[in-house]
Ligand binder design. Structure first.
Ligand code: DC
Length: 212
């Protein structure tokens, strides 16, 4: 079984992907990490994020086994990833790896922006996760802030809105729900409730009652 999860920044799709994969005994790929790794390679090398050749070379050179998830999850690298991910050559270089991951038995949960539309258009189940931007900013601030150094929620909200606009407006593989995706709005759901709702969607599809 292949489950495709797409959605905007900080929508909770990563947590949902991980939990769904554990629930069904599937492998999980957070595809945002791959774009983040390309961005970090450019930043570390002091290259422009708009250098198409260097970005494509960095994408072709990636070794996901060596990803340092903590370093890749920084806010700055997320912003940079949104820029490099708009380069068609970068997306092309990462296509085969993602499709190979999805196709290997026993199946997988992939989360990102274009899983249901480009990477796995034949996925068994597609879920498009959304949440109000203000709620996403609140969650992200709670995640990265500490009592001593609270995060700047307004700045995070501005970044989220900018990232949404960039990810939705790019000509290649823009962020948008596949026509057969099931929408899951987590604005008013706890993580556990969102996981239950996602499992319900998967079960409905498996029982032949869903659309996906
Ligand atoms: O999900 P994330 O915040 O880790 O993703 C970081 C950036 O990577 C996001 O702004 C857009 C890009 N991305 C993408 O273009 N396609 C994907 N499948 C996953 C992420």
């Amino acid at each position: 079984m292949i489950i495709a999860i797409d959605g905007p920044a900080a929508s909770g799709k990563g947590t949902l992907g991980k939990r769904l994969a554990a629930h069904y005994g599937l492998r999980h790929l957070d595809t945002g990490l791959i774009y983040r790794a390309v961005a970090k390679a450019l930043v570390d090398a002091g290259c422009s994020l708009h250098d198409r050749d260097r970005a494509a070379a960095a994408a072709a050179d990636l070794d996901p086994e060596k990803f340092d998830e903590k370093a890749l999850k920084s806010h700055e690298i997320g912003e940079a990833a949104s820029i490099v991910s708009a380069i068609p050559e970068v997306r092309q270089a990462l296509l085969a790896f993602q499709r190979g991951f999805a196709a290997a038995p026993p199946g997988a949960v992939l989360d990102g922006r274009d899983i249901g539309t480009v990477i796995a258009p034949d996925a068994d189940v597609k879920i498009f996760v959304t949440a109000a931007p203000e709620e996403r900013a609140r969650r992200r601030a709670a995640e990265i802030g500490t009592p001593e150094a609270p995060a700047d929620e307004a700045a995070i909200l501005a970044d989220i809105l900018r990232r949404d606009a960039r990810d939705q407006a790019r000509p290649v593989a823009p962020l948008k729900p596949a026509p057969d995706a099931h929408l899951l709005d987590t604005t008013h759901l706890s993580i556990d409730a969102a996981v239950r709702a996602a499992v319900d969607i998967v079960e409905a599809v498996r029982a032949g009652r869903g659309r996906g």
